[in-house]
Design a protein around this ligand. Structure first.
Ligand code: SPV
Ligand code: MG
Length: 295
């Protein structure tokens, strides 16, 4: 009998089929479940979104174990694979290979490793001023991660910040190719431009030699068919659940202060029953029926 695919196998399949898939950001168990319910086939455990939801900056202020802990809740809450934002790997090759093993133990399907220096900063804030890791060091990290993984299906994605850092197309291609040869299962090339031109130029030169994932946060007006036509494997919507929750919470909080009442807010927010449903209360009801609910 065929056993169902593992989460790592599901993530790997998503990268190797010809369809353009959407990966949605989540930052805790609840948002992960909401993303899954909406139909996303995979979830991005965003460093930006997780750190912001913890009230700290995207500068490795949350320790790696704190972030892995959040990702574990996300994996427990969902059936779809979680792709973990591993930033720079939280140190050198040795720190990164330990991260890979811990992620596998917590049911995370894959990790993304970016070619910056610890402690990283968000690409959209200090992108141009950030130093890139030397290519050889970074390839050593990729190899160490691939060597450390227990499950051959666990996915390691290498992300180059060469365009963000202003190093140009040739350097972005050179790095992506080195990362491919070092064993990365897919490449993310990041861009902070509102126009997709530099990404399209990269894709033209790349000629689909290995799966590409994009993060079109800044060039979001580009119709997604343009990426599908160029056979991009997946797009990551990297912060949209975080940002929608911020807007909703600010509006609710300000109105309750101003109106000194929740009456007009009540019909606009999720019901408590919806909260219980998202927490999986139904499963507990069934379990109580089977196992008893005594103390
Ligand atoms: C994240 O979501 O944490 C990312 C994407 O790494 S970005 O914020 O664009 O760097
Ligand atoms: Mg990040």
């Amino acid at each position: 009998t065929d056993s169902p695919p593992t989460k790592a196998q599901m993530l790997r399949a998503l990268l190797t089929t010809t369809r353009l898939d959407f990966i949605m950001e989540a930052h805790n168990g609840l948002s992960a479940r909401i993303a899954e319910e909406a139909g996303f086939p995979a979830i991005w455990a965003s460093g930006l979104a997780i750190s912001a939801s913890l009230g700290v900056r995207d500068n490795n202020e949350a320790s790696w174990t704190q972030v892995v802990e959040v990702a574990e809740f996300m994996a427990d809450a969902t059936q779809v694979p979680i792709l973990f934002d591993g930033d720079t790997g939280f140190g050198n090759f040795n720190n990164f290979r330990r991260l890979v093993r811990k992620l596998e133990q917590r049911g995370i399907a894959g990790v993304c490793l970016e070619d910056k220096i610890f402690p990283k900063a968000n690409s959209f804030q200090r992108g141009p001023s950030q130093l890139l890791a030397p290519v050889d060091d970074f390839c050593g990290k990729i190899k160490a991660g691939k060597d450390a993984q227990y499950d051959e299906s666990f996915v390691l994605i290498a992300r180059t910040e060469a365009l963000i850092a202003g190093c140009g197309l040739a350097e972005a291609i050179r790095r992506a190719e080195a990362y491919r040869q070092a064993g990365a299962d897919a490449i993310i090339v990041h861009s902070a431009h509102a126009s997709p031109d530099e990404i399209f130029a990269f894709l033209d030169r790349w000629e689909n030699r290995h799966p590409i994932i994009l993060i079109p946060t800044k060039y979001h007006t580009t119709p997604t068919q343009h990426f599908a036509r160029r056979r991009v494997a997946a797009l990551i919507w990297a912060n949209h659940l975080l940002r929608s929750s911020i807007a909703a919470m600010q509006s609710t909080a300000v109105r309750i202060v101003r109106e000194r009442s929740v009456s007009r807010i009540e019909p606009k927010i999720a019901s408590l029953n919806e909260v219980f449903r998202l927490q999986g209360d139904e499963e507990l009801r069934v379990a109580e029926g089977r196992f008893g609910d005594g103390a």
